[in-house]
Design a protein around this ligand. Structure first.
Ligand SMILES: Nc1nc2c(ncn2[C@@H]2O[C@H](COP(=O)(O)OP(=O)(O)OP(=O)(O)O)[C@@H](O)[C@H]2O)c(=O)[nH]1
Length: 635
């Protein structure tokens, strides 16, 4: 494609000064119209003045003309000298013979101007005693008219030009400010306001250039995707301002690491990236990643008076070795970074083919899951929670997915995929539908149903619209607090707990029972427990398994149960496998027990059968008790 032609000097001036030129043209047009109007007015006044003058002279000279007194007539005409306009005057008698004449001597310097200015002629009769006795002819130069007009136009133009000049100065100032604002907006569109680093869009543009160079000329580049480890904790422990300061310090360290030609960017939150554009290979990229991890691990001094240590996970992908396009490079570096997180954080991971294969497999699983959710193909398995007398008090609803080709897919496999792929909200809604269907079936069979606890992911319902949709679905399906409870994993800390609009608060306000799941494996403090105000606490299986044989486990379970009871929470032991543990846990104060030793997760039909059995057993026990009371004692 031909390069666009550079505009000429004139075109450039026309483009840049368009408004000023338009204003000037308008000014000229306006001045011409004004001058025309003024000319018409001056011309009329000039003719009127001349007529009036002629009339006065004719009246004054009437007697001289009547008596043919040439001397008087000349004297009268000589008085016209005081009028600069009158160039010539003639007094004619009745016979139209010249009685007296007056001619103004012409000034040499303005002769040409006088000629150009033109002359007005006026002829008036000389009347005496009501009778015309002669005639007066006056020739007046129009110089004064033009002078007046020129003065008027000059003054008007001076005023208009001054106004235009002022307006132009003001508009130049305004334009300069607008140019500054546009430059600032352009800068902000490509930079991050907090750290002043280039932003995600800048990186995308640079990556696209790098991908083009890699494709066309085989010139390699490397992308390092950086995510701070447990940054949320810094915000939670030290406040948002401290978090901001840490982000700025990280940005500064990245700047210091840059070689000429490289680019550092802040993508969002605690995510950064380095694009190495100067000659780079795998060895250099991984060396840089290692240096990065090491350099960022140095404490950040004086964060609101404290020294904080930041750790990062880095994913590395190279163009064209691993990816051919910008988008792909981002995805691969991102997934390598996640792999670094999975491997324990505080390190880097180079993208590998195996990682790529597992990513593709994950992607296929995500597509299948999305399809399954669209068709409502997820089921629930119901694992009972028994009280110490062996009565079912509740179920935990566990998500199950049977795929036509893959067979049964483990929740440990598909739940993280749903969380990472943004399907967790759809999954939550699908499970509510499944639960409502199963409950409806149990109720239609005349069975009283205990509440079913569903797991709530910390990634679920993060946006207000998703929360509203979830709550509306509960209402539409008629799943009130008597039908459903929610379990929150302790490890997955819930954001914005303090907010009235958090999912936890919204569910609690509607009376739903919340349980803390897997207690003891996360890092939550007692204050977190207090803020959550859950009604149940589920002790993780690692403390429960073989508890009867380990005194330290008994001490822990007893202490946890004591704290939970003090906070008015029911204690649930999960993972109960044998009778000895069951009895020990009951003795330690656990209110409810759950585990393979008591019952495996059941299909809806099996759960129904078990509930019926329990009801029949209850009935038999009640009947036996009644029969005992009714039987008369032996005589
Ligand atoms: N101070 C501050 N915090 C931010 C900003 N933008 C996002 N965040 C917070 O950064 C945190 C990012 O947390 P995540 O990356 O999800 O989690 P993490 O704690 O770093 O955990 P891992 O990534 O798994 O190591 C969130 O809590 C955000 O609220 C910001 O501009 N300033």
């Amino acid at each position: 494609m031909a390069a666009p032609r550079k505009p000429s000097w004139l075109q450039q001036v026309l483009m840049e000064q368009r408004e000023a030129l338009l204003a000037l043209a308008a000014l000229i047009l306006f001045s011409i119209l004004l001058a025309l109007a003024q000319y018409v007015q001056l011309d009329r006044r000039f003719s009127q003045d001349l007529q009036t003058n002629a009339r006065i002279v004719a009246d004054t000279a009437a007697a001289a003309v009547l008596f043919d007194n040439a001397e008087d007539a000349r004297e009268i005409l000589a008085a016209l000298r005081s009028s600069e306009d009158i160039q010539q005057a003639l007094l004619l008698d009745k016979a139209r013979l010249v009685l007296a004449a007056y001619t103004r001597s012409r000034d040499e310097g303005v002769g040409l101007f006088f000629q150009w200015a033109g002359v007005d002629r006026v002829r008036v009769p000389v009347v005496a005693g009501g009778e015309e006795v002669g005639e007066l002819l006056l020739h007046a130069s129009r110089v004064r008219l033009w002078q007046d007009l020129a003065r008027f136009v000059g003054t008007s133009l001076a005023l208009l030009v001054s106004a235009l000049g002022l307006a132009w100065l003001a508009s130049r100032e305004l334009r300069a400010r607008m140019r500054d604002a546009a430059r600032r907006m352009q800068y902000l569109a490509l930079h991050d306001a907090l750290t002043d680093l280039p932003n995600r869009e800048s990186l995308r543009l640079a990556l696209e250039d790098a991908a083009e160079l890699a494709r066309d000329r085989g010139q390699p580049s490397a992308l390092l995707f950086i995510d701070l480890d447990n940054f949320k904790q810094i915000n939670d422990d030290h406040g948002h301002a401290a978090g901001d300061q840490v982000l700025r310090a990280v940005a500064q360290r990245l700047r210091e690491l840059l070689r000429p030609g490289d680019l550092a960017a802040r993508l969002a939150g605690d995510e950064f990236a380095l694009l190495l554009r100067s000659p780079v290979d795998v060895a250099l990229a991984t060396r840089t990643a290692a240096r990065l991890v090491q350099c960022l691990a140095q404490p950040v001094e004086d964060v609101l008076g404290e020294s904080l240590r930041v750790r990062v996970s880095v994913g590395v992908a190279l163009l064209p070795l691993h990816a051919s396009g910008a988008e792909e490079a981002m995805q691969l570096a991102d997934s390598a970074m996640y792999q670094a997180k999975r491997q324990g954080k505080d390190g880097y991971q180079l993208f590998t083919q195996e990682l790529g294969e597992s990513l593709r497999a994950r992607h296929r699983l995500e597509l299948d899951l999305s399809e399954a959710l669209r068709h409502g193909d997820l089921q629930l398995a119901y694992q009972p929670l028994f009280d110490v007398q062996g009565r079912i008090q509740a179920f935990e609803g566990l998500a199950r997915w049977r795929h036509a080709q893959r067979g049964a897919v483990s929740p440990a496999e598909f739940v993280p995929v749903a969380e990472a792929g943004g399907l967790i909200d759809e999954m939550g809604l699908c499970l509510l539908q499944t639960l409502a269907r199963d409950r409806q079936h149990w109720l239609s069979q005349g069975q009283v149903c205990p509440p079913v606890a569903l797991n709530l992911s910390s990634r679920q319902c993060r946006r207000p619209q998703q929360r509203e949709r979830f709550l509306a679905t509960l209402e539409i399906l008629g799943l009130g607090p008597e039908a459903v409870e929610f379990e929150l994993t302790e490890g997955a800390l819930f954001e914005d707990l303090g907010s009235e609009e958090s999912m936890v608060s919204l569910l609690q306000k509607r009376g739903y029972v919340l349980a803390i799941d897997d207690f003891g494996t996360g890092y939550s403090s007692l204050s977190y427990l207090r803020r959550l105000r859950c009604r149940k606490l589920k002790i993780d299986r690692v403390f429960v398994n073989e508890v009867a044989r380990h005194r330290d486990a008994q001490t822990l379970v007893g202490a946890i149960a004591g704290v939970a009871h003090a906070m008015h929470m029911q204690v649930v032991a999960e993972g109960v496998e044998n009778e000895a543990d069951h009895d020990c846990l009951a003795a330690l104060g656990c209110d409810l027990l759950q585990g393979f030793g008591l019952s495996r997760p059941l299909t809806p039909q099996q759960a129904l059968a078990l509930l019926r059995l329990q009801q029949a057993g209850e009935r038999a026990r009640v009947q036996a008790q009644q029969a005992w009371y009714e039987t008369p004692p032996p005589a």
